[in-house]
Design a protein around this ligand. Structure first.
Ligand SMILES: *Cc1c(COP(=O)(O)O)cnc(C)c1O
Length: 428
């Protein structure tokens, strides 16, 4: 029934339907444990034979309701919340890859994801090949190895702002018998639903637009239920053969394609690693989700107006925003993000690094933060903050030039933001 409802309705109604006399708002189940009448009753839960709650590291009703809402928004069959976007990325990959396996990833991904893959997960014996999101199909296909278990990319890359050709990546992944995992944080399901373009699993840092008010760090993993693990059972023994740590359950047999991936991820990874989102954070996330469609419209409309303004200012050297005609990703954005992309822009001023520093000192409404995707406009000059240990040559190689300013357009009035930018640029 939820499938037929439109996005704005799902944002309000999906995931929680109180029965007569129950609270209208999702209750915060601030309880670590749940009580049972008999040991037999509880034993069935441990054997995954009955549904119910027993310990909040494995499942909590508040978190489950919010995860179900996100699953409905993405058009997936199952979802789980995690303590952060980092945990979501790690679990999504580690659920199907272990020591000796290999992953193909877009090189244009969030810096935290890149470190997770290139340093920490390599240490765990998982190998990664990074490909440009703009590579040809031949280059992409050449990156696969017999032990490749998944392909990873970001709908809109943070902070490079590349738009992923999801169909191209999905086609290559499926030709090699593996799923495509897409980090959909910047687009949100309001602006892009990667499953409709062939992606199999979606991850989110809910810390960004979904929360939207800089209130709570969190993450989410959603499964489309479409990838048939059993067709490639040799590649995915964890899903297709008995799990001795759970009394020999075979996830694909017991839970079907709709539930196998998320059930395994919860029953094994969350059980053993424990990166749970708190019910309190899930409650904040749900408040954010209720207004997500309206906020995304305003973020995108502000970013479009501001990008156009910056382009017209003669002190601005360049502007990167996929909503601008002439942007390298304009056509991909028209295809995958026809209703808008996100509120994040990058630009450079004539005068490079020092002009950027002067500009940053003079911004009034836009505050200096490493955060993005918040109701309040914020900006960052990576060369003098997050990336300050790098030389100019290293900055260029990383695609974050010494002049680059990242601007996350908030929900304020666009005219006020433009006036603020204008006075700060004027001082340069
Ligand atoms: C912030 C971010 C992450 C990491 O999320 P946290 O909630 O900070 O752990 C992952 N992917 C993208 C695209 C992000 O912007």
């Amino acid at each position: 029934m939820e499938q037929k409802l439109r996005t704005e309705t799902l944002c309000i109604q999906a995931g929680y339907s109180p029965k007569s006399g129950e609270p209208r708002q999702i209750p915060i189940y601030q309880s670590t444990t749940f009580k049972y009448a008999t040991s037999e009753d509880m034993g069935k839960l441990f054997d995954l034979e009955a549904e119910g709650y027993f310990y909040s590291r494995l499942a909590n009703p508040t978190c489950d309701a919010v995860a179900a809402k996100i699953a409905a928004l993405e058009g997936g069959t199952a979802a789980m919340l995690t303590s952060s976007g980092q945990a979501a990325t790690f679990y999504a990959v580690f659920n199907i890859a272990s020591c000796g396996d290999h992953i193909v990833s877009s090189s244009a991904i969030y810096g935290g994801s890149f470190n997770l893959f290139n340093v920490t997960m390599r240490r765990m014996g998982i190998d990664f090949t990074f490909v440009s999101p703009d590579c040809t199909e031949e280059e992409l296909n050449a990156a696969f190895k017999p032990n490749t278990k998944a392909v990873f990319g970001e709908t809109i890359a943070n902070p490079a702002l590349n738009v992923l050709d999801i169909e191209k990546f999905a086609k290559a992944a499926h030709a090699h018998g593996v799923p495509l995992i897409v980090d959909n944080t910047f687009a949100t399901p309001i602006n892009c639903r990667p499953f409709e373009w062939g992606a199999d699993i979606v991850t989110h840092s809910t810390t960004k637009y979904m929360d939207g008010h800089a209130s709570a760090v969190g993450g989410c993993i959603v499964d489309s239920g479409k990838f048939d693990w059993t067709q490639h059972a040799d590649k995915f023994p964890g899903l297709c053969t008995p799990d001795e740590s759970y009394h020999g359950v075979t996830y694909t047999e017991r839970f079907g394609l709709a539930g196998a991936y998320i059930t395994k991820c919860t029953a094994q990874l969350m059980r053993d690693l424990g990166s749970v989102q708190s019910p309190q954070s899930a409650y904040y996330l749900n408040l954010g989700l209720e207004s997500l469609p309206f906020r995304m419209k305003q973020h995108c409309s502000n970013a479009q107006k501001i990008a156009e303004y910056l382009q017209s200012n003669e002190k601005v050297a360049w502007v990167k925003y996929c909503g601008l005609k002439g942007d390298q990703y304009y056509y991909l954005a028209q295809k995958y993000l026809p209703g808008g992309s996100c509120g994040v822009i990058s630009f450079g001023l004539k005068g490079g690094r020092s002009a950027a520093e002067t500009f940053m000192k003079n911004m009034r409404l836009g505050s200096i933060e490493t955060h993005v995707a918040d109701s309040r406009t914020c900006c960052l000059h990576p060369a003098s903050t997050t990336h300050r240990q790098m030389t100019d040559a290293e900055l260029d190689a990383a695609g974050v030039g010494a002049d680059l300013i990242r601007l996350s357009c908030g929900l304020e009035n666009a005219e006020d933001l433009i006036a603020d930018l204008a006075q700060a640029i004027e001082k340069v």
